[in-house]
Design a protein around this ligand. Sequence first.
Ligand SMILES: [Zn+2]
Length: 426
Amino acid sequence: MLSRDEIRKKKKYIVEKLKTKVDALEEEKLKSTLISFIILESYNDKLKNIKLFNLLEKISNGAILEKSTQKFRGMWDDLKINYSSYIDNDYVSFLLQLANNLSQIQVQYDEDETELLPFNFSNEYVIKLSKLFYKELGDKYIEDKAMAILNDESHYGFTKTVLVGNELDYGMTIYDTVFNKPYITCQKLGNLMELQAFNHEIMHGIDFYSMPKIPSQIYYGFHEIPTYTIDYLFHDYLDNMGIDKQQVKALRRKKLQYTKLTASRVLFQIQHRLNEKFGMKNTVNATIQDIKSVITDDLLKEMLEMESCVIADGLYNQILIDKELGLKNLKMIMEHPLPRDKIPDFSFIGLDNNSLLNLSQNIMISSAENNQKNNMLQEKQLQMIRRLINKDSNKLAFIKSSFLIIIIVLFAILIAVLMIKNGGVI
Ligand SMILES: [Zn+2]
């Protein structure tokens, strides 16, 4: 991980660069990277006075952090304006149905199920396991990028102390789009979640190396699709590694609970904002247009994260059924972010909105046995993608053969013309 001095040097370079004349895209890259470095600094274990800072923060009831971040808040707000993505009534209504389905997920507990038990993993073990996972995933493209990150320790670090308010971020990846490098910080959680969190953040890094995503250039909010897909696969990997099955189950359950919680939070926030804007009584008759009017960029981002959970579940099932095709679709997501001015449409990977709604009704703890229902759905979608691909190649074959026939006919006409001209002799 970068030392405090290295972070300071980079920050200084960016601040100087911002004083010169730069275009809008460059400015966005510089500002977002600067903010990323400020966040990274606050997470850095080398920040020796973090315990004291956290204590003062508690005593002052948040006033210190408030003051220290005020300076950058204006900058952050400037950037946020560029994140706005296009939504219409149909998309809002789709997201609402999704939230509704996901908020009703039944999180079932087995009798012998346990909570996550404390366990101390050495950093070496966490890194080694992630290396093995990406190696055994069996995709050269993903593996190469994973190794580029995992074999270079300047990419990542572990931390025992986190800043007040950041406790729930098990891990964090910041993107340096100026010098083109992701930086990962993972909390020493002392249980199985630590392995998942580190492996998850590595995938954020792989996604960045596939193609740096500049928020103003993409439909911002789908960055968890590749990482959630990897989380689901990682659970199965832990099972195969012989890790206590009940502990892995507890990890899966946490994921499911998180999905349910995100959906419930979305619904709650919409309700709350409608109440504020239109009053309790009128909220009952709120139209989709009214709901759309209370969806801010922040709330949309949360709704997209919720959609990402379902898309990742779809991709995970595709990989279980047809590994090559599923991974190809995953890479497609990483390399071709959606445009900001169009409604997101994932039918190009076999996951149109109807399929996502179906999936959201059947979402369960992801595992090979539990996903039989999903598998049946997915098999149908995969058949559809295969048909589409075949259709395209048939079309191509048809075009190729037609082209050949035209050439032969033209050649025959040319010969005939020449023969007539020369009285039958060429
Ligand atoms: Zn993430």
